[in-house]
Design a protein. Structure first.
Length: 255
């Protein structure tokens, strides 16, 4: 992305010796106590110029990690929230987000038929947990009924802006999970504004609850924090609702 947006000798000099693309795997390092893991990235030439999407790579790396953790919990016959907290180790702020979101949302353990799913993520010094309620609609498309988020972003400079950023991130993350996108013509995106990428309108937006946890820690980022955990929370909710695991984005039963 740097080469496209800032071409020139300065950029090339700054990239000397840089191996791989950390931007493409941002958020892939798990917050859980996993003693050994490897992250591999294989770039592909797709013929389309790329840039930044809200949430960056965290949107899909969190989807992988949090859906996989849910599958591990199911295999271990363990309640998904408790399973996560047990694996967190030294992340008490994220554990508190999980327990707060569960309490606010009336978490019942994500049992079969409940339509409830949970996911969490750490991003730029802040922490979030999202509980979703979802089901499959009559047209076999996912329907999100409710989103509950608990956020620890340290000391809040402007609480109203924090809440607005989280709500906007939740809606954007839900839109991406359900298929908001653009087509391409001759290598250029057809969508030229936010009004043409299929973002939810008020009539399509579920009930949203955001709890910002009081904290004296240093302020963290909130502009993109709301995005990453939404898709896996919805996917995990759909599994609880249908018993069918969707492992691709956007969330479509055929996948």
């Amino acid at each position: 992305m740097a080469r496209r947006m800032m071409p020139g000798l300065a950029t090339e000099a700054a990239l000397i010796g840089v191996k791989g693309d950390r931007y493409a795997v941002a958020g892939a390092t798990p917050v859980y106590r996993i003693p050994a893991y490897a992250i591999e990235h294989h770039p592909a030439e797709i013929g389309i110029p790329t840039g930044h999407l809200r949430g960056g790579a965290h949107g899909y790396t969190a989807f992988f990690t949090e859906c996989f953790l849910d599958e591990l919990a199911r295999t271990a016959q363990s309640e998904p929230m408790s399973f996560r907290i047990a694996m967190l180790g030294g992340e008490p702020r994220l554990a508190r987000c999980l327990s707060t979101a569960a309490a606010l949302g009336g978490w019942d353990g994500g049992v079969a038929g409940s339509g409830q799913g949970i996911a969490c993520h750490a991003f730029r010094g802040s922490y979030i947990a999202v509980m979703a309620e979802a089901h499959m609609g009559a047209d076999q498309r996912p329907v999100v009924d409710r989103l509950v988020a608990a956020v620890d972003c340290g000391a809040q400079i402007n609480p109203d802006i924090v809440r607005q950023q989280i709500e906007g991130g939740l809606i954007f993350g839900m839109a991406a999970a359900l298929g908001a996108s653009t087509g391409f013509t001759r290598g250029l995106a057809e969508a030229r504004g936010f009004d043409t990428i299929g973002l939810p309108r008020l009539a399509d937006t579920p009930d949203i609850t955001v709890e910002v946890i009081r904290s004296d820690e240093a302020p963290g980022g909130v502009g993109e924090l709301g995005v990453p955990a939404v898709a896996p929370a919805i996917a995990n909710a759909l599994y609880a609702s249908t018993g069918f695991r969707i492992r691709n984005l956007p969330l479509r039963p055929a996948s």
